[in-house]
Design a protein. Sequence first.
Length: 323
Amino acid sequence: MLTTLKDVAKLANVGVSTASYALNGNKLIKESTRKKVLQAANELGYHPNGNAKNLKRSKNEMIGLFISGFTGPFFNQLLEGIQDVVVSHGYELVVCASNERHRMLTERLVDGAIILNYHIESELLKTVASEKMPLIVLDRDIEHPHIYTALLPNEKGINQALKHLEDKGHKEIGFIAGSTDSYDGEARLNAFKTYIKNHNLTTGLNKILRADFTEDSGYDTMRAFLNNSHHYPTAFVAANDEMAMGAIRAIEEKGLSVPADIAVVGFDDIIIAQYFQPSITTVRVHKKQWGESVAEAMLDILTGSDTKHLMKPPMEFIERDST
């Protein structure tokens, strides 16, 4: 017997409309209620399907890309890589940037989905994922037979940056972390902590700053640190290039020189990093290649082939003037 939304609502002891809102990620629904509805849907094996409202087709020939937003320069090349592959195979790419409603997911309006949106709960992804609705996640490590991961080798990139600074003679190295809800950002911070402990550079543990991945936040955080400290590390690693640029502005505004007084390393190698003054030493993420491999992997999964394309993108350390 087919499980309906009404069945889910009954098991969760909520109204049908509340169950629908919860499954669609509406933020008006309390967190405790959302979890209760997701658990009920999971127990019953309920998968809403918008296509059932019309004539059902076996395939939509569409792949969904769910991202947290369009701000920041990181996404452009990643999107280009995914789009090129998807279109070349006769599929359409649908890009969704909503943080509240996820109808394309919950109603299975796409054949498969690529997820780079930390606002979407892992429990919701587990509920949606199935053999007929495979997911590839780029922003978390999640165990599920129909959810595949394609994560950046963040530890390798941070190790490259710290070894470079060590080779330059730096003994006290600080870190500019991003917001705590970013998987990649926290992976980079944890890699930093592990490296400096293993290399007896533990004074750097006292110089971990928090920003939110934007240039302005990097500036504000570094400015506040410099204004309230009498002793500075000789180098900082930032979890992305934008924060590195903001930090450099604050350092130079303080009358210090980069890299003579404080060296700075970024991460991602966004296009502007090479033109910034001083040009930014960074870890290059091959974003378009990452997007291409993820899209190829999704098509492998949808056609029943081996997922040979699901690989970690290469990292490349780029030395420039900021160190």
